[in-house]
Design a protein around this ligand. Sequence first.
Ligand SMILES: O=C(CO)COP(=O)(O)O
Length: 249
Amino acid sequence: MHVRRKLVAGNWKMNGSLHQLTELGAIAAAARAASGVDVAICPPFTLIASAVARGGGIPIGGQDCHHQSSGAFTGNVSATMLKEAGAKLVIVGHSERRAEQQESDAIVRAKAQAALAAGLQTIVCIGESEEERMGGHAITRCSAQLAGSIPELSGDAELVVAYEPIWAIGTGRTATCDDVREIHGLVRKVLVDRFGDAGGRIRILYGGSVRGDNAAELFAVDNVDGALVGGASLNAEQFVPIIEAAAQS
Ligand SMILES: O=C(CO)COP(=O)(O)O
């Protein structure tokens, strides 16, 4: 049985500003108080270097990276560039990118591989749509995404998986604890089948309308090793209670 520290990561998406980095002070203080919990924030690319400078030691990450380290890829940023900017982690395969940028499992996997190779902690996102869940296809969809998107483990950088049901993102609707237990159990099985003992150490986050008032019950579910938080990570007032719930779980 592996003891996995909780990880609470904030995904600011295309939100935030230099001014908003003032929130990081209180978030860093809460992170220091929650000694058993890892906390990270992923702001837009343009804020990464400033967030590293002003973040009070909280690991700062990107929300995407290209799978090549450099080249003629206008508008893109590579994992090595993120690393140089001071990022410690990166999110890849978020459903908003899979939908808007048509990112396939194979692309997500290549990005994850590049991120691990650059030494970044790498959060690979999976999750089914509402239609897939209603049609009884949540398990098959998540299994296919796992099979196609999870990279080989390489080097010392940590792989993390985030389960984010698309219908729960930004909607205020959270998956039931039973649904979360089922999918996180599936993810764990896939990871252990593939990586053996190392698969038991990989942290699995839940994401989708996590808030201070539902975090504790989600953190109590088997194989929920933390949260990937969107809206509620934008300010300390809403994010700190989630960190505190992780510390008490
Ligand atoms: O997409 C998410 C995090 O990556 C979840 O967003 P919300 O917490 O706003 O639902």
